[in-house]
Structures are given as structure tokens and as C-alpha cells.
Design a protein around this ligand. Structure first.
Ligand SMILES: [Zn+2]
Length: 60
């Protein structure tokens, strides 16, 4: 996924902003990482450049 689409992404549950943590990628592209919703306290993974924004249970 391109970093440029980050402002368009939001949490599917609360529609809040997501905090991105990139584990693999560069300034333009995110290949692996985590999109975290601080309101729901849920992590959404980015795998092979594809963000998985399906609603899920908190990781606690
Ligand atoms: Zn949320």
C-alpha cells in the first residue's frame, strides 16, 4: 500500500484515525506493518502491502 492513502484509512469500528507502524517498506510504500486504533485498542495488520481492516477483537 502507498503511504499516500494513509489519510484515507480509518478504523472500521469507530472511524477514528489509525497510527501506522511500518516494519517493512520505504518512504513511499508500506509492505509490512501495523495500523493501530488507539480508541478501540486494536491492531490491524498490513501484510504483503495489503491492509487488513476487518473488525476484530482487542488484542488484550
Ligand atoms: Zn477504532
Amino acid at each position: 500500500m502507498k503511504r499516500s492513502i494513509l489519510p484515507l484509512l480509518c478504523c472500521p469500528v469507530c472511524k477514528g484515525d489509525l497510527i501506522v507502524t511500518v516494519t517493512e517498506g520505504d518512504e513511499e510504500v508500506i509492505r509490512e506493518g501495523i495500523l493501530h486504533c488507539p480508541i478501540c485498542r486494536v491492531d490491524y495488520p498490513v501484510e504483503d502491502g495489503i491492509p487488513d481492516l476487518l473488525p476484530r477483537a482487542p488484542s488484550e
